[in-house]
Ligand binder design. Structure first.
Ligand SMILES: Cc1cc2nc3c(=O)[nH]c(=O)nc-3n(C[C@H](O)[C@H](O)[C@H](O)COP(=O)(O)OP(=O)(O)OC[C@H]3O[C@@H](n4cnc5c(N)ncnc54)[C@H](O)[C@@H]3O)c2cc1C
Length: 474
């Protein structure tokens, strides 16, 4: 019955990141995953010469932890970089056309995406007095500081696309923590950015986006197979209970019911599954978890002959503001982002439908999703004919929505957890949805567990420069 020091329930990228980091420090850890394979939502498909991702397609290395993990896991040689924002365009749909959308502040302000009034409003930002309230939404925050045009033409599509969220409901503090902090500290976003540039002698580098030669499955495989990580497929945890000096975990496994006792337990499953496991233990904690809403998403991958698409596809893709009235929130030009994702002479476009903006797409069948995507892409990219290959991936509970009084909910969850020593939560409803954030949170939690097991030195030796501050989604 006695088990490893730590059991991680759930073998998605959140759970694997904690387990990998613990194993690096020599702490014994098992990952119990109900599915046959590791990765959770992250699955790479190789079919008919195309490489498609069912969920995450890019990773950012704006945090030290993400870069450190790739290097320490021996993945640097497998990395394929997305062309940098300085070299290729990011586009935004505007009035039925695609407009380049620069990410550097100075270039962005002078871009033709703004009306004269909208540009003047952006430039007036430093004159806007500090304000806001604790429960402020992204929309309220952005309109107050930068004006409605900035919300509609820039922030709404960024929140609706990559986060599948709705800026009218998303918490500014949870989704834009750095911007909120800049206002609090300097009274203005513009002033804060300039001060930062002056103090550090340069502007913040644009983030590097990357994947791996064989797709995101490379990262997952490398974490799950790392020395010291004992990955247990087809292990479904049914019950967790406090036990003397730790936790008792029971579940069904291919060889029958198994019960183990561990010192630390990491629950790394989506919030509704965590609520179900923890309800017998702490009803209020379970209710807080159950109250987290999720957005459903459909991911539609279309392969075309290169000559069927008139647009040069000289970028990474585009986002679609709500006011454009299209069904999709955005599209990534995967074949322009990474080499080797299509057979010769083909292009691969991956588009996203649904999220908080269009929850009705949850009930659409695949044909309707493909039709909606093709209708949206055709006029924007000058597409002739029908796609050569089609894949549709559905995520019923795709992404957690950081809506409403989210920071308060997370603080309450943390307070409840404080009553259960040795119990930890690690999943994308807490600390950010991106792989980069999952890795950062995994590092921080592993360090906390190591400290409790009195092995913190292991981390100091491997990576002294890490900072374990508040993790977030921007
Ligand atoms: C369509 C889409 C596109 C995305 N694109 C990007 C992107 O480009 N870049 C990026 O950085 N991020 C992206 N993301 C976000 C990122 O992929 C997710 O946030 C992340 O993969 C979630 O990982 P997780 O481990 O928290 O959860 P999951 O992947 O959901 O893993 C949870 C695991 O727990 C297991 N489990 C549940 N219950 C039990 C139980 N009782 N016992 C044992 N196991 C159990 C499940 O089987 C699952 O494997 C995207 C997400 C989606 C949906």
């Amino acid at each position: 019955m006695s088990g490893p020091d730590v059991i991680v329930i759930g073998g998605g990228v959140s759970g694997l990141s904690v387990a990998w980091r613990l194993a690096q420090a020599g702490i014994s850890v098992e990952v119990w995953e109900q599915a046959e394979r590791p990765g959770g939502k992250i699955v790479t498909r190789h079919e008919q010469g195309y490489v498609t991702e069912q969920a995450a397609s890019v990773m950012m290395d704006a945090r030290a932890e993400a870069a450190h993990l790739c290097t320490a896991a021996g993945l640097d040689a497998e990395k394929v970089m997305c062309p940098s924002p300085e070299r290729v365009h990011r586009y935004m749909a505007q009035n039925g056309r695609l407009m380049p959308f620069p990410l550097r502040f100075a270039a962005l302000v002078s871009s033709p995406v703004w009306s004269l009034r909208g540009r003047l409003r952006l430039l007036a930002e430093p004159l806007v007095p500090k304000g806001g309230h604790p429960g402020e939404s992204v929309s309220e925050f952005i309109v107050r500081r930068l004006g409605r045009e900035a919300l509609e033409r820039a922030f709404e599509p960024f929140v609706a696309g990559p986060l599948a969220s709705d800026p009218d409901h998303a918490s500014a503090e949870a989704v834009l923590p750095r911007l909120v902090a800049l206002e609090r500290r300097y009274g203005s976003l513009g002033l804060g950015i300039c001060t930062h540039k002056f103090l550090h002698g340069r502007s913040a580098p644009l983030r590097d986006a990357f994947s791996f030669r064989m797709g995101m499955a490379t990262l997952i495989g490398s974490l799950a197979r790392a020395p010291g990580v004992c990955f247990r497929p087809r292990h479904t945890v049914g019950q967790v209970e406090p036990a003397q000096t730790g936790w008792r975990v029971s579940g069904t496994t291919p060889s029958g019911e198994r019960v183990v006792r561990v010192r630390h337990l990491v629950v790394s499953v989506p919030a509704p599954a965590a609520a179900k496991l923890l309800r017998p233990l702490d009803r209020e904690l379970a209710d807080l978890l159950r109250g987290i809403d999720y957005a459903s998403l459909a991911v539609v991958h279309l392969g075309f002959d290169r000559c069927a698409v008139r647009h040069p596809l000289n970028g990474t893709g585009f986002l679609v503001p709500r006011r454009e009235g299209r069904q999709i929130t955005g599209s990534q030009w995967i074949s322009s982002m990474f080499p080797g994702r299509t057979p010769a002479g083909k292009v691969l476009l991956t588009s996203y439908l649904g999220g908080a903006r269009a929850p009705e797409t949850r009930d659409w069948d695949d044909d309707r999703c493909v039709g909606a995507v093709t209708d949206s892409l055709r006029p924007l990219l000058g597409i002739r004919g029908t796609p050569d290959k089609v894949w549709v991936d559905r995520h019923e509970r795709g992404l957690p929505l950081y809506h409403g009084a989210y920071p308060g909910r997370i603080r309450a969850i943390a307070q409840h957890l404080g009553r259960w020593p040795g119990l930890h939560l690690a999943a994308n409803y807490w600390g950010g949805i991106s792989i980069r954030d999952r890795v950062t949170c995994g590092y921080a939690l592993a360090q906390q567990i190591a400290a409790a097991l009195q092995q913190p030195k292991a981390f100091e030796l491997t990576h002294p420069g890490l900072c374990y501050g508040v993790v977030n989604m921007t």
